[in-house]
Design a protein around this ligand. Structure first.
Ligand SMILES: N[C@@H](CCC(=O)N[C@@H](CS)C(=O)NCC(=O)O)C(=O)O
Length: 381
């Protein structure tokens, strides 16, 4: 089958999509020509069965290859076009992939809360975007838009944002903004003068929802202009670092991880670590009871998860959230980097992660690995 469109890459996406923002920024930074399309574009019918799940982003290459998933799209280019944004230094590589997991799975609560719980500020803007996903002649376009928006508003609770936890979610997010803002006072990207894979991951929640939607966008601009500038910078092909004057264009020298970045990770560890520990525990019980067939999907649709919710405590407060195997799939990359380096480097990694309050991550492993087959995450042996 030929899904391609001449020599251009196609990106099925949405301007307000969390995960599409990560792939788009990568294509921009890598100067790859591409065209964006909505999933209701007539061409999507051919792509859908190959993509396996109807999520965005989905990339179609000029040869007609279909790659679903933002991380997989980046992997595709890093492996076929050459490694550009994955640091060679293992310490920096592990911190980069840590930010990638956290960006994908660790900031869903603030991203959903600040999008869906401020309807007076956000809803007109969101209606414009969600209705634009459908063609103007789409049957019941208005009703369909409203029901998609309401469905997504409901999922906010499933991610753990309720009346009882809203203030905690906000407090953690404000701390994150402050820590990131301090970091970006000294450097344009997480690891120096070049974006790393972790910048793209972290951009996902911080662009699509938290910088673009009116309520959190205003908050970010007022409270953390350095973070807002980073979001802008990540969406430009150039380094866009004029305020740093004569800035180096590479990652930090040697294996430097600045104290300001450790401070950011310490903030993030507060809910990321207890949630990940609890999630692995639940999933491991489920895996030993169910023993899913090798090659069967390691994907739980939200609201229909066979494992139910996970419960964990942050600052003495209980948060209940849906379990997402994808978090562990991405953590495997970190584990792989760790497992492959010599003992001396492993000690350095442990030390850094300890300083970030994240040392436990190296031991949080599922009893079964997750792999990707034909665009789908699946359980391996
Ligand atoms: N792991 C995927 C997640 C993609 C994803 O969940 N995208 C959202 C939009 S931002 C989506 O398509 N949701 C619709 C659905 O899950 O059916 C990635 O990183 O690309």
């Amino acid at each position: 089958m030929d899904c391609s469109d001449g020599d251009k890459y196609l990106l099925y996406s949405g301007p307000h999509s969390l995960y599409a923002g990560r792939a788009r920024a990568y294509l921009i930074k890598r100067c790859i020509p591409f065209e964006e399309r909505s999933v209701t574009h007539s061409s999507f019918a051919e792509i859908k069965p190959i993509a396996k799940l109807p999520t965005i982003p989905i990339l179609v290459t000029p040869n007609g290859e279909v790659v679903r998933d933002g991380a997989a799209i980046i992997d595709y280019f890093e492996s076929t076009w050459g490694r550009l944004f994955r640091p060679i230094n293992p310490l920096q590589n592990i911190i980069s992939s840590l930010f990638d997991v956290i960006g994908s799975e660790g900031l869903r609560r603030p991203a959903m809360h600040y999008r869906w719980n401020f309807p007076e500020d956000n809803d007109d803007f969101l209606y414009y975007h969600f209705s634009s996903l459908f063609r103007p002649d789409y049957p019941d376009r208005e009703q369909k838009t409203i029901s998609v928006m309401e469905m997504l508003r409901t999922t906010t609770k499933m991610r753990g944002v309720t009346e009882n936890t809203e203030d905690l979610v906000e407090a953690l997010y404000i701390e994150l903004l402050d820590a990131l803002n301090s970091h970006f006072q000294h450097t344009p990207y997480l690891l120096g003068g070049s974006p790393c894979i972790g910048d793209f991951g972290l951009l996902a929640p911080l662009y699509g929802h938290l910088a673009r939607d009116p309520h959190p966008g205003t908050l970010m601009k007022k409270r953390a202009p350095g973070v807002y500038r980073w979001v802008e910078r990540m969406n430009r092909a150039s380094q866009d670092a004029q305020e740093y004057f004569n800035c180096d264009t590479d990652f930090f020298q040697k294996n430097e991880i600045p104290e300001t970045l450790i401070a950011v990770l310490r903030v993030l560890s507060q809910d990321f670590i207890p949630e990940t520990i609890a999630s692995a525990k639940c999933l491991n019980v489920w895996l030993s009871e169910q023993n899913p067939k090798t090659g069967s999907p390691a994907v739980f649709q939200l609201g229909t998860s066979p494992v139910g919710n996970v419960e964990f405590k942050v600052r003495g407060r209980v948060i209940k959230a849906a379990i997402v195997p994808y978090r562990h799939f991405q953590l495997q990359r970190m584990h792989q980097i760790f497992d492959e380096v010599e003992t001396k480097v492993q000690m350095q990694i442990k030390q850094i992660l300890k300083a970030c309050g994240m040392a436990d991550l190296l031991n949080i492993r599922l009893n079964r690995l997750i792999g990707r087959r034909d665009n789908l995450e699946v359980w391996l042996d």
